[in-house]
Design a protein around this ligand. Structure first.
Ligand SMILES: [Zn+2]
Ligand SMILES: [Zn+2]
Length: 69
């Protein structure tokens, strides 16, 4: 039901410390480094799936803010 033409609902995963962030092209192409350790992100299918789980865990661990996306 979204009008977004291109869905990039994946994640990138830091190859050094495992920090996950929502996918962006800059991170996927290593133009943006991990804010925690300066390592490179990977946005392949495997890392995206791992990142999704990590972000969901991080999100559920913090308090609920009440906005859904
Ligand atoms: Zn890192
Ligand atoms: Zn990967």
């Amino acid at each position: 039901m979204s009008s977004t033409p291109e869905v990039t609902d994946g994640y990138v995963l830091c190859q050094d410390c495992g920090h996950a962030e929502p996918y962006t092209l800059d991170k996927h192409q290593n133009r943006e480094s991990c804010p925690k350790c300066g390592g490179d992100f990977c946005g392949c299918n495997c890392c995206s799936e791992m990142g999704r789980l990590a972000v969901q865990f991080q999100t559920s661990a913090t308090d609920v803010e009440g906005d859904e996306q």
